[in-house]
Design a protein around this ligand. Structure first.
Ligand code: ZN
Length: 164
């Protein structure tokens, strides 16, 4: 059973489908339902319901079955929520996050950084060496920034995520 009270899961779902989408998920009827029924029950606009179901489908958290009406020939989509794959999704996101952090760390390792006296920004060596070590935005001096603290923070975060 998926615990929708879990803050990590909530954050993930919120990122995926937004607040209205969360309303759809928490109030969606059990079993197979059409998007129109979901809209009625949850009191969420039909287009938002459709968007939410589609996003959930793309992430394998909802599934549909098509049924053709014998008289009219119309297709009806019957939707069913299945959040059991959400932990896999969390794992995927975690792997992506760790990969991003490692890319950032490599960038920190491979570059020297300079910051502007006026806080315009943080620049790599290649940028400020072309402007004779003046800020490319305001023209003031830039100073070398030791990035050891930044690197240590990244390493700490990576270790925490890899070995919780
Ligand atoms: Zn500046």
């Amino acid at each position: 059973m998926v615990d929708l009270e879990d803050s990590v899961l909530q954050g993930l779902l919120l990122n995926l489908v937004g607040e209205e989408g969360i309303k759809v998920i928490t109030n969606m009827p059990e079993g197979e339902v059409t998007d129109e029924e979901v809209s009625q029950v949850t009191d969420v606009a039909l287009n938002v319901v459709r968007r939410t179901l589609y996003i959930l489908f793309e992430n394998r958290l909802a599934f549909y079955r098509r049924e053709r009406n014998k008289d009219s020939g119309w297709l009806t989509y019957l939707w069913k929520l299945d959040l059991s794959g959400i932990n896999n999704l969390l794992d995927d996101q975690l792997i992506k996050l760790i990969k991003n952090l490692k890319t950032k760390l490599a960038f920190e390792d491979n570059n020297m950084f300079y910051i502007c006296n006026n806080n315009c920004g943080r620049f790599v060596f290649d940028v400020v060496s072309e402007t004779e070590f003046l800020c490319p935005i305001c023209g003031d001096d830039v100073i070398f920034q030791d990035n050891e603290v930044v690197k240590q923070c990244l390493i700490k975060r990576i270790n925490e995520l890899e070995d919780p």
